[in-house]
Design a protein around this ligand. Structure first.
Ligand code: CA
Length: 233
């Protein structure tokens, strides 16, 4: 049974004996652990809910763990620990061009894996405290030009980031299209009125993708402009 507020670990592993051992070890240490058999199930699961870390087998039957990790990295900086079997796999993981945070070689001790999971999560908390400012459901790292919404990284274009960053400077304040143009499109020569609207639209679509079901996080004020409602974390 899941402990309230337990951190959720998603385990992608097609060998059920290994998966069972890992799930048991994680749960007995107080984690909420979930299991998927296929690589293709990882991204949809991460997108639909709270996952704090992914334990990812490299040799999955449909797509490789490498490909799953690459897909994850297009929208998320979630910690990933690879489970790897063969020497060739280890070489590629060690190269770390894939954005994995750590790896464990099979056969491994479940206790060691749990220790790695803990270490990863702890480091993440430390890093996030240093860089991220929380604003309701949003978190912003201005230095790194990154924004999270409901705990998930938003994959934003430069102007989408700029718009949201400016709106998040004063949550609730209404900014006109002209003000937004001035502050965000500082280097653009000719952009019409529709430019702001177009980017607000794509921004809303991206918020919706990560769970903004009501679609009023970015509010339209007719004849006035836009504001952001950061909500409650
Ligand atoms: Ca496997």
């Amino acid at each position: 049974m899941a402990v309230p507020h337990a951190q959720t670990i998603l385990v992608a592993e097609d060998e059920t004996a290994i998966a069972d051992t890992v799930l048991y070890a994680l749960r007995s240490e107080g984690f909420a652990a979930e299991h998927v058999l296929l690589g293709g199930d990882v991204v949809p699961r991460v997108r639909t809910g709270k996952v704090d870390l992914v334990v990812l087998d490299v040799g999955l039957p449909d797509i490789t763990g490498f490909d799953v990790c690459r897909q994850l990295r297009t929208f998320s900086d979630l910690p990933v620990i690879f489970l790897t079997a063969r020497d060739g796999e280890i070489d590629r993981v060690v190269g770390l061009e894939l954005g994995a945070d750590d790896y464990v070689v099979k056969p491994f001790s479940p206790r060691e894996l749990v220790a790695r999971v803990r270490a990863r999560l702890r480091r993440r908390v430390q890093a996030s405290n240093a860089d991220w400012q929380a604003l309701g459901r949003f978190e912003i790292d201005r230095e790194g030009r990154r924004i999270r919404f409901s705990g998930q990284a938003l994959d934003l274009t430069r102007y989408e980031y700029g718009l949201l960053e400016v709106l998040l400077q004063r949550p609730g304040a209404v900014l006109s299209r002209a003000q937004l143009m001035d502050r965000v499109w500082t280097d653009a020569l000719d952009s019409g009125d529709r430019t702001v609207d177009t980017h607000i639209k794509t921004l809303r679509a991206k918020l919706r993708e990560v769970g903004d079901s009501v679609d009023d996080t970015i509010r339209t004020h007719r004849g006035l402009g836009y504001s952001v409602d950061v909500g409650v974390a």
